[in-house]
Write a protein that binds this ligand. Structure first.
Ligand code: ZN
Length: 160
């Protein structure tokens, strides 16, 4: 069975940046299972997986636009430390939920200088090429319930 819209797909994968550092991977021996065609994977990777079969191995290089977006300097803002009251210790690299003009957004503390804190609203992988090595483990049709929820149930999936 090849990968098409509305199928449940299990993949082993490793994600590296252009420097060859491993950024993410499926758990040792345990594939990631997702519902194909529902935006559960980044667009560029889903597109490359379409039509592949169990046992297929592929290497995919995804440009930022099809991954986590281009790095956008407009998403960087400086705020006074007092704007982050309730957070006792602000350290570089800390992830926060911040109120921005565009609503609540996940931001990373990228710099602290005196009383000013720089918040970066870019995804940590924005602007990076994503280099995936993928092996397709399993493909099966989704159940009606999975389709109505838009995600996978059972082993490798989740429920809430
Ligand atoms: Zn569900």
């Amino acid at each position: 069975m090849s990968i098409e819209q509305d199928q449940v797909v299990s993949i082993h994968y490793t994600l590296k940046n252009d420097a060859g550092e491993v950024l993410d991977s499926s758990a040792e021996g345990e594939p990631l299972t997702y519902l194909h065609g529902h935006g559960n994977l980044i667009t560029g990777l889903e597109r490359e997986l379409t039509g592949k079969n169990p046992g297929d191995k592929l290497q995919v290089k995804i440009p930022p636009a099809d991954g986590y977006g281009e790095y956008d300097k407009a998403l960087i803002q400086k705020v006074p430390r007092r704007a982050l009251k309730g957070i006792p210790k602000i350290t570089v690299g800390m992830r926060l939920q911040a109120q921005t003009q565009g609503g609540v957004r996940a931001v990373t503390v990228s710099h602290v200088s005196g009383d000013m804190v720089t918040l970066d609203g870019n995804h940590p992988l924005a602007g990076q090429h994503l280099n995936f090595e993928v092996e397709v483990a399993e493909v099966r049709p989704a159940t009606a319930e999975e389709l109505s929820h838009g995600h996978v149930h059972g082993p490798g999936g989740h429920h809430h």
